[in-house]
Design a protein around this ligand. Structure first.
Ligand SMILES: [Zn+2]
Length: 134
């Protein structure tokens, strides 16, 4: 069986099953195929809808994995101490290094207000904190 999307002269689109592709031509020539909406026998094949992919573009997950690896390999996980650590580094109380961790929205806002460079990481890129969040 093969399914064809067909269209009449008035643009009514409908599906018809045929035993095989050649049956469509035969039946149409004999006037056996008609529009179920208006009964027209002026039928042609409707253009098939493209098979639209709704998933993420290929490679995006891989890029996210790469970024996450970079962060995990090059930065220290400071967990919930993030705000304190970031501030200490900013004010030179601690040697400069890359850190990552979690901060509450208020903490993040305070850091930004103080001019501390913090970057929120979207889900999928942010490494999972190894330390437990209180
Ligand atoms: Zn029709």
């Amino acid at each position: 069986m093969i399914k064809y999307a067909l269209k009449c002269k008035d643009d009514h689109i409908f599906d018809v099953w045929f035993d095989r592709g050649s049956d469509y031509d035969k039946q149409r020539k004999r006037g056996l195929v008609e529009c179920p909406v208006c009964g027209s026998k002026k039928i042609e094949k409707a253009p098939m809808a493209p098979n639209v992919k709704r998933s993420k573009p290929d490679g995006l997950d891989k890029i996210a994995d790469k970024i996450r690896d970079e962060i995990e390999n090059n930065c220290d996980d400071v967990g919930t101490e993030f705000a304190e650590e970031a501030r200490a580094i900013h004010y030179g109380e601690k040697p400069e290094r890359g850190i990552y961790g979690s901060a509450t929205p208020d903490q993040a806002k305070d850091l930004i207000d103080e001019g501390v460079k913090v970057v929120p990481l979207p889900d999928g890129i942010a490494p999972k904190p190894k330390k437990k969040i209180n």
